[in-house]
Ligand binder design. Sequence first.
Ligand code: SF4
Ligand code: SF4
Length: 293
Amino acid sequence: MLFIGMLPYYRDEPPDLSKPGDPHGLIAPFARRDYYRAAVDRLKAIRDRIFKNSGLKKKNVRIFCNSRIPEKLLAAAAGCGVYGKNGLIMTRKTGSLCILAGIIMDHPLHLGGTQKPGTIIRPEKAEKKLKESGFPLCGSCTRCIEVCPTGAITAPAVINRKLCLQSLATVQEELGMPVMQTWGYMIYGCQICQEVCPLNSTPVIGISNTTGVLGPSISLRELLSLSRDSLSKRIQGTVLDRTWIDPLVLYRNALIAAGNRGRKYLTPLVTPYLGHEQSWIRSAARYAAEKLR
Ligand code: SF4
Ligand code: SF4
């Protein structure tokens, strides 16, 4: 049995808390709070009710959210939405501005979804059904493809991760000049392809949860001054506190953002990183120092 849920994230807040003399690096809306953890907590409550009513045990049930399970494919197969050309699942109410999470169990159990227990479902069939029901679709729109600053959407729903800023934000490597020039002020999370999407234009009431709050932006002065240990503490319990995100990438991202902010007074914060032990951080520091000259 598969149960999929969508948690819309909160967007009704200023996107940049920079102040005069204190420019910030930006955090995309989906990462400003830990919606993944909030979704898992909600699913745990559902799982406990399932345990109570069905006699199933932990080994029969798996909760997934931001996992290696092909969540988008499962969401499409479950009839929750269709793939948009931006490669994300478009749901009827929230567009792509939501976190997907779900429960899989090895027993049939009907919780009132669109499929009968035991039905074998295929994404293409589910998509066809949704299309026939008048579900909002991309149609001839190509805005996300056109607006992506790095050309990462190489065909409808095909994303080249080596070009996508969202993916590059967590990889520990030197970024090329064209990428750094299009980086903007980001510390974590590119959502440009979602912001321009007409299917995302209807305001949805997102969940302003208090789990792992990072906020819309972080002071570049603050971030670049933090020691490695202090940085780990600063991001503890947030979306950035993940085993696959080395806090070092945040220095690299902040350096590029500082360069692109172009405020000369940030130079003393950038200079120490010119001698950093990691070459990919030194490279970002050189870029920033050059831009601030
Ligand atoms: S997240 Fe940013 S870089 Fe990646 S596909 Fe969307 S717009 Fe392009
Ligand atoms: S911007 Fe247009 S093409 Fe891209 S996902 Fe949205 S509706 Fe589809």
